[in-house]
Design a protein around this ligand. Structure first.
Ligand code: FDA
Length: 398
């Protein structure tokens, strides 16, 4: 039986980084992954350019049953630390939007950087390799049955990620192992995911597919109200775009969304005020302020005639029309599921883990890092920052 100090299961963002860091600290590290291609999620991330971190990443950008859990790891390994690493490897990058950093060239550069960090730590990598069983030994440490033979290790790190995109290798292996070894699981559900509507509800909006516009979207009320100002995209089955992906992580099933389709305007006042000076028809007046297709669809919903001169419209109708643009309320019937989600909400409960080290409180020597843990970031580089930060918290504690 081959012996290692650490076996890391899952060679994605968190696993690769943790393995390299632990190896560079002098530990004998084995990294295994069941997929034949390395780090597919990094490869496809950020449209192929990997939004590898966010300059402003902080605890407020993460969801969890225990929102304070991510605080320590994020503070000890910040986005600035990862930016310095990227710069040391000579990777050119740029800021796209709201602190989001992307490679100028390709996400492959981040994968190559992580591989070089593993080489510097003399990490052994077996891929494709499956792990059938992880057995804690009574005297401490673990035995693992892998498709390349049995191994022993003082520590095991579970970095098998979340459930999104099963066709590129996502599995529930980490969640099942955690359950088997007595850890609580916060129910996993798709997050950063497009929202869908039943066919009848969506029929009036289906013609808007492809239209993208900046909106304000919110859900909840009082202290639990969340709000994002981002772009929304109409699709054939529902709504997508950054605004919807962000709010999808917060929305409870059956909860309504409030969408302001023209957050920069006050249409209910502006249309009434324009009556005195405008000689346009109502349809043209609205289309001067909103995308043409959106203007047509909203006039139809309000049952108002586009060809009617604005000056002849009733104030009450114009106010009602304006409010319907600013206060669109609708309840999705579902979402596009694991196939289209970018991340998993929920996962291994943080109450069974140390926030300093990511070590299990139930099984000493067992660690959980990255997306498999109940810490979920916003859209915009936050999920990778959690992968890097939790990997370092774990690697430096071993
Ligand atoms: P990750 O998924 O990276 O790695 C898990 C690894 O475990 C995989 O290699 C998998 O093959 C392996 N594995 C699974 N089951 C196994 C088993 N049973 N045995 C052995 N190995 C197993 N985030 C961000 O911050 N910026 C971005 O630009 C994007 N873009 C993006 C686009 C798309 C399309 C998706 C789906 C996701 C993103 N994300 C993102 C999210 C980001 O990719 C994700 O949060 C991190 O990759 C999570 O890192 P982990 O290492 O935890 O899992």
């Amino acid at each position: 039986m081959q012996a290692f100090d650490v076996v890391v299961v899952g060679a994605g963002a968190a696993g690769l980084f943790c393995a390299g860091q632990a190896g560079q600290r002098g530990l004998r590290v084995l990294l295994v992954d069941h997929a034949s291609r390395l780090a597919e999620k990094i490869r496809i991330s950020g449209g192929g350019r990997c939004n590898f971190t966010n300059r402003d990443a902080g605890p407020a950008n993460f969801l969890s049953d225990n929102p304070a859990f991510c605080r320590s790891a994020l503070a000890r390994y910040t986005s600035q630390d990862f930016i310095k690493l990227v710069q040391r490897h000579g990777i050119a990058f740029h800021e796209k939007h709201k602190g989001q950093l992307f490679c100028d060239d390709s996400s492959e550069q981040i994968i190559q950087m992580l591989l070089k960090e593993c080489e510097a730590g003399d990490v052994t990598r077996w891929q494709p390799c499956t792990v059938a069983d992880v057995r804690p030994r009574p005297e401490g440490g673990f035995e693992l049955d892998t498709s390349q033979g049995a191994v022993s290790a003082a520590r095991v790190v579970v970095a098998t990620g979340g459930l999104p995109v099963p066709k590129i290798g996502a599995t529930d292996w980490g969640l099942r192992l955690a359950t088997h070894l007595g850890h609580a699981i916060v129910e996993p559900r798709p997050a950063l995911v497009p929202l869908t509507f039943d066919a009848d509800t969506w029929a009036p909006f289906a013609a808007l597919a492809g239209l993208s516009l900046p909106v304000e979207v919110s859900c909840g009320s009082g202290k639990t109200r969340m709000r994002f100002l981002e772009d929304l995209l109409f699709t054939h089955r529902g709504l997508s775009g950054p605004a919807i992906l962000q709010i999808s992580s917060y929305r409870a099933a059956d909860q309504a969304l409030q969408i302001n389709l023209a957050p920069e305007l006050r249409l209910d006042q502006e249309l009434v005020e324009a009556k005195g000076s405008s000689r346009r028809q109502l349809g043209n007046e609205l289309a001067a302020r909103l995308a043409q297709r959106l203007a047509s669809a909203w006039l139809e919903r309000a049952r108002l005639e586009p060809s009617r001169p604005l000056a002849e419209c009733r104030d009450a109708d114009l106010q009602r029309l304006g409010r319907s643009v600013h206060e669109w309320q609708l309840t999705p019937s579902g979402d596009e599921g694991w196939r289209k989600a970018e991340v998993m909400r929920g996962g291994v409960s943080t109450r069974d883990l140390s926030s300093q080290t990511m070590e299990s409180r139930r099984v000493p020597g067992l660690y959980f890092i990255g997306e498999v843990v109940d810490v979920t970031g916003w859209l915009g580089g936050y999920n990778f920052q959690w992968a890097w930060a939790s990997a370092v918290a774990c690697a430096t504690a071993m």
